[in-house]
Ligand binder design. Structure first.
Ligand SMILES: [Zn+2]
Length: 143
């Protein structure tokens, strides 16, 4: 994993899925578009999961979408340093892929399916080189 690019001593949590932009506090989702059937997927893939074509090209995906599904996590995964309980949401991008991450500043009592969501980055851990690992989260889009 030495190909990842650091921006301002920050790195993406998943360089094949999200690239840092600007001063490294913002990012854009990376995906793959199938040239045969137009399916968009998040990240990289050797073959299209729908039509198995290997003819595809890298694309940038939208940084916002609509909440497709969510669950409230009361027992976090090992190493979780965020607050508990938290909302884990799957957001459907306009291009089609679902992106699952924590929904921050969300009230599990009032969160609604189909609400507009926008991607925000938060610093997580630091890597072995002392760089901040930027993690993508969802947050309700400001009206
Ligand atoms: Zn395809």
């Amino acid at each position: 994993m030495t190909s990842e690019q650091a921006v301002n001593n920050r790195v993406s949590v998943s360089p094949s899925r999200m690239k840092l932009t600007g001063d490294g506090s913002e990012g854009v989702f990376l995906g793959t578009r199938c040239k045969e059937c137009e399916l968009h997927i998040l990240g990289d893939s050797m073959f299209c999961p729908r039509c198995t074509s290997a003819e595809h090209e890298p694309v940038e995906l939208s940084s916002s979408g609509k909440l497709y599904s969510y669950t409230v996590i009361h027992v976090p995964p090992p190493g979780w340093k965020g607050q508990v309980p938290f909302v884990l949401g799957a957001v459907k991008l306009p291009e089609g892929p679902h992106v699952t991450s924590e929904v921050i500043n969300a009230d599990p009592q009032t969160i609604e399916i189909d609400s507009p969501m926008t991607m925000v980055l938060q610093p997580g851990d630091t890597d072995e080189d002392g760089r901040e690992i930027m993690v993508y989260k969802w947050e309700a889009a400001k009206a």
